[in-house]
Design a protein around this ligand. Structure first.
Ligand SMILES: Cc1ncc(COP(=O)(O)O)c(C=O)c1O
Length: 273
């Protein structure tokens, strides 16, 4: 498995088969999990990083499979899945920004992200500044002592504005600011922002990751310690992904991945034409 390329892993990676030897990955449509004893249950619930599944708001094997597939494709160590793309955006802001902090964002962002930045963050004393995507050189002058995060969506929805991720990452590294990239429109098949220095990469999985307009979903990937912070936020506040949606999502892009990576088996060649 370790010698496989990320896109191969993203296809092959699968929850352990049960004794039924099912072909399709199992769907753990369960709200919670059982314990051998009340003591084991109490110990699992009190752990900050439990080693077993406890409750599907915290973790679920089907959701984990979806997360690990996206993390492989993005070149990230770990991830967290959410019920919608906006839950991924909002959870990221809430987990890493506090009262008195400042966020710099491209002005070309998805409408609901704009609403969070301009309406809700303000209520909790978090200030924002917008820069134009075509003027990334203007970012540095906006940085303050309380600037904690730089947020970009590239390509942006709906204008398809793009930005040089490596350039903005170099600014973030110089000033010790978290760089968060919404990679929804490019997808990890086309662009992997972590390669260019992003700290966190998020998606509305509702869009191209599903690709068929069936379910809502969101995902954030990044370094282990950052994802642990997000895990604690999601675990306690509840914007978690449904196991059913997590089971549906890879069924769509598994096929696209076969096509993109040229791995499509001969009987299915018509799909790439
Ligand atoms: C770039 C981008 N980010 C976030 C979102 C929000 O995602 P969701 O609709 O899954 O909440 C969207 C939705 O269109 C989007 O296009």
């Amino acid at each position: 498995m370790s010698s496989q390329k990320p896109e191969t892993k993203a296809i092959r990676l699968q929850t352990d088969r049960t004794e039924q030897k099912e072909h399709s990955t199992p769907l753990f449509l369960t709200s919670s999990f059982v314990y051998d004893s009340a003591e084991n249950m109490a110990a699992a619930f009190s752990a900050e990083s439990p080693e077993v599944n406890i409750y599907s708001r915290f973790s679920n094997p089907t959701v984990d499979e979806f997360i690990q597939k996206i993390a492989q494709l993005e070149g990230a160590a770990d991830g967290i899945a959410t019920g919608t793309g906006m839950a991924a955006v909002f959870s990221t802001f809430m987990a890493f920004l506090s009262q008195g902090d400042h966020i710099i964002s491209a002005s070309a962002v998805f409408g609901s992200t704009h609403t969070i930045l301009t309406k809700y963050l303000k209520r909790w004393g978090i200030e924002y500044s917008y820069f134009e995507m075509s003027k990334p050189e203007s970012i540095e002058a906006m940085i303050r002592s309380n600037t904690k995060m730089l947020y970009v969506e590239t390509p942006s929805n709906p204008g398809l504005d793009i930005i040089d991720i490596e350039f903005v990452a170099s600014i973030c590294i110089r000033h010790n600011i978290l760089l968060v990239v919404d990679n929804c429109f490019a997808t990890p098949a086309v662009q992997q922002p972590m390669k260019y220095g992003a700290d966190l990469v998020l998606h509305s999985a509702t869009k191209f990751i599903d690709g068929q307009g069936r379910v809502l979903g969101g995902v954030v990937v990044g370094r282990k310690e950052l994802i642990h912070e997000l895990y604690l936020f999601v675990r306690n506040t509840g914007p978690s992904m449904s196991p059913f949606n997590a089971w549906v999502l890879p069924k769509a892009w598994k096929l696209y991945l076969y096509v993109w990576s040229g791995m499509l088996p001969a009987p299915c060649n018509w799909l790439s034409s």
